[in-house]
Design a protein around this ligand. Structure first.
Ligand code: MG
Length: 255
């Protein structure tokens, strides 16, 4: 069931989204060669604490997971696509980092992700990251009343495929509100003109993921969470929480 939000509720969701934006900016600022993902989890948690917000990721346990997620920040490095558990191993020169973060504030959830490099960037990684951002922008541009979920999926998928990248099978965005995951699902690929019609008051987390090697396959680490490319190539992830309004898409997790 799709739960529509009032303008006032969307304003409240914007407050939660701002906390997410601030945390991701702080993580990006702190990320460097020699800094560990666990250090970055602490940076993100401090932003939550200072804002009086809590984490929807920490302790989250969907059906597929053997253990609750043990951190507030998902940090997926290099060939990890999403859901990486922050560890102690320091980031290395040229690593590609995807940071995914959520906040709960005033009973509302926000969810966003950004990918970046630390140290000396490989040109191929910068192109991969740019494509994830371009796919996100295309998906957001399609998030207008009258369009359908399939139009967002099509915009994302065609952007990723045109660049020659793989799109992880079966993963995508989601409705978001009082819960981090609500209806409808937002696939990252598919035919246009299909699926739920978009209406003002719908709020969606739109989140393209791209695999550099061009395959769509992934595997899960023994930790039960970290999704990794099968071909060993690198992956990037970009996400915003976006409200559909009669004035067009409103990004709730921008700074
Ligand atoms: Mg999400």
């Amino acid at each position: 069931m799709v739960i529509l939000k009032t303008d006032r509720e969307i304003d409240e969701m914007r407050a939660a989204g701002r906390v997410v934006a601030r945390a991701l900016a702080a993580v990006r600022e702190a990320a460097d060669v020699g800094v560990s993902p666990l250090d970055l989890d602490r940076v993100a948690r401090e932003v939550l604490r200072a804002a009086g917000a809590t984490s929807p990721f920490l302790g989250y346990r969907p059906r597929f997971a053997p253990v609750p997620f043990p951190a507030a920040l998902c940090l997926s490095v290099n060939d990890a696509i999403v859901h990486g558990i922050p560890g102690e191993a320091p980031l290395r020169d040229g690593d590609l980092v995807s940071a995914d973060f959520g906040a709960l504030l005033g009973g509302w959830a926000g969810d966003a992700a950004v990918s970046f490099t630390v140290g000396r960037a490989r040109p191929a990684d910068l192109r991969l990251i740019e494509t994830s951002e371009a796919a996100l922008a295309a998906g957001i541009a399609a998030a207008v009343p009258g369009n359908r979920i399939g139009d967002i999926a099509h915009a994302i998928g065609t952007t990723c495929r045109a660049a020659g990248y793989g799109v992880p099978d079966g993963f995508g965005g989601h409705g978001i509100g009082r819960a981090m995951h609500e209806d409808p699902g937002v696939p990252n690929e598919g035919p246009p003109g299909r699926g739920t019609k978009l209406r003002p008051g719908m709020v969606l987390a739109i989140e393209p993921m791209v695999i550099a090697g061009g395959t769509d396959d992934y595997t899960c680490d023994g930790d039960g969470w970290t999704l990794r490319t099968v071909d060993g190539s690198r992956a990037a992830h970009a996400e915003h929480t976006v409200a559909i309004t009669s004035d067009g898409p409103r990004i709730l997790t921008a700074l």
